[in-house]
Design a protein around this ligand. Structure first.
Ligand SMILES: Nc1ncnc2c1ncn2[C@@H]1O[C@H](COP(=O)(O)OP(=O)(O)O)[C@@H](O)[C@H]1O
Ligand SMILES: [Mg+2]
Length: 275
């Protein structure tokens, strides 16, 4: 792709309300090509779900999109700015507008839940102390955890810890939040509660959500659009129902093989329960 083509795409991205756009992303680790020419765009205000078999490069893609890992080839633009050629100041600004909720993104064990949520505000703003405290409490309220503000992470359940990490991820009012396998290690009910929270933050506060998940009921419950990665390439990309009912046999295999129909229906009911 020529520079002129990229400029054209960038212009198109601005016109079409795309917040993040990846063009021809390619990732090579050693002699292994993990991502092989991935093109996709994430629209403002949507819940965008990334699916694919274990080891297919979902976490790698997420790290590229949020600015943590430059791709071997290809480019990523955020709000029309090329992420990996941006000036340090712009990159810093773009990162501040991005929330991360990754596996292993643990809370600091020596700080209370509230202090954990205050941390990004203390590190990145000069807000006066009472404003920082009140902002953190507001974020805890948004994730339903105000009652646990003064507890240490060690006394929280797995689901509460995830909520606290989400409160921290939204502390700076990001435009977009990236989640890597948010329901990993949670029981189905707690996972469904987390789905509800992700949807609420999206619908009520308009935060764009990008969620990597291997959990089919969860993907179905929350996604506006889905991308399925197979063999390092985009195998399907589109509105949830279009991908879910894709006639492509590779997609059918992926959607149907992982979870038997009977179990899938039960899980679907759980995922849709109002909690
Ligand atoms: N930093 C790295 N160096 C070398 N190989 C890596 C690195 N990160 C990931 N990989 C490899 O790339 C492939 C995709 O990894 P990953 O993106 O974590 O997959 P997924 O999240 O879909 O399970 C795996 O084979 C993994 O071992
Ligand atoms: Mg992963």
């Amino acid at each position: 792709m020529t520079h002129a083509d990229q400029e054209l795409l960038r212009g198109a991205a601005n016109r079409t309300n795309d917040l993040v756009r990846a063009v021809a992303l390619t990732t090579v680790f050693g002699d292994r090509t993990v991502l092989d020419g991935v093109d996709l765009a994430i629209r403002r205000g949507e819940v965008f779900v990334i699916m694919g078999p274990s080891g297919c490069g979902k976490t790698t893609l997420l790290r590229h999109l949020c600015g943590l890992l430059p791709p071997t080839l290809g480019s990523i633009s955020v709000a029309g700015h090329d992420l990996y050629t941006a000036s340090p100041e712009l990159l810093h600004d773009l990162r501040l507008r991005t929330g991360l909720s990754f596996q292993g993104g643990a809370l600091l064990g020596s700080l209370t839940v509230q202090e954990n949520v205050e941390l990004p505000l203390r590190e990145n703003t000069r807000l006066p102390d009472p404003v920082i405290r009140e902002t953190a409490r507001m974020k805890l309220d948004m994730v339903g955890l105000l009652h646990a503000a003064d507890l240490l992470p060690s006394s929280l359940s797995g689901g509460m810890r995830k909520r606290a990490a989400i409160a921290r991820a939204i502390a700076l009012d990001p435009d977009i939040v990236y989640f890597d396998e948010p329901s990993a290690g949670l029981d189905p009910i707690t996972a469904a509660e987390l789905d509800n929270l992700i949807q609420k933050l999206n619908k009520v506060f308009g935060i764009t959500m990008v969620v990597v998940t291997h959990d089919l009921p969860s993907a179905h419950a929350i996604a506006d659009r889905i991308v399925v990665l197979l063999g390092g390439r985009v195998a399907a990309l589109g509105p949830r129902d279009q991908v879910w009912h894709s006639p492509d046999c590779r997609i059918r295999d992926f959607i149907e093989r992982r979870i038997p129909a009977e179990e899938g229906r039960v899980m679907d009911v759980i995922a849709h329960m109002e909690l």
